[in-house]
Structure formats: structure tokens, C-alpha cells
Design a protein around this ligand. Structure first.
Ligand SMILES: [Zn+2]
Length: 71
């Protein structure tokens, strides 16, 4: 059996995944990326505490490279 070898150059998508999740401002737990399903920010992503709903600490995701809006 001949195994298929992928000699394609690796895409450097890891740069995006290397974003370190922040710590919860309330309980210092690791935060996970969440997507708001309702409310004014529906559809937007934010950092939510892994202890939710025990802890409702959230953080806004800071725009890195996609949107370059500077006030
Ligand atoms: Zn928390």
C-alpha cells in the first residue's frame, strides 16, 4: 500500500490560535471564546468565564489584525 504523502507547505494558521486566553477579572479562571446569542451584541464574540454561570465575568475580545479601527 502506497501512503499518500503531503508535501504541501504548512500554512501558518497557528498564529491565530496562539492567542492566549485571558484570565477572568473576577475569579482568575481561564476564559473561553463565546458568541453572544442575544442582546445588543448578538453575533459578537467575547471572552466568557469557564465558571459560567457560577461566575459571570466577561471580557471584550480585543481586535488584533482583522479590523484596524483606531479612535
Ligand atoms: Zn470567573
Amino acid at each position: 500500500m502506497a501512503s499518500h504523502e503531503n508535501n504541501e507547505p504548512k500554512e501558518q494558521k497557528e498564529l491565530i490560535k496562539q492567542q492566549v486566553p485571558p484570565r477572568c477579572p473576577r475569579c482568575a479562571s481561564i476564559m473561553v471564546r463565546q458568541t453572544a446569542r442575544q442582546g445588543e451584541n448578538a453575533g459578537n464574540q467575547f471572552w466568557g468565564c469557564t465558571r459560567y454561570p457560577m461566575c459571570r465575568g466577561i471580557r471584550p475580545i480585543q481586535p488584533s489584525e482583522s479590523s484596524d479601527k483606531t479612535l
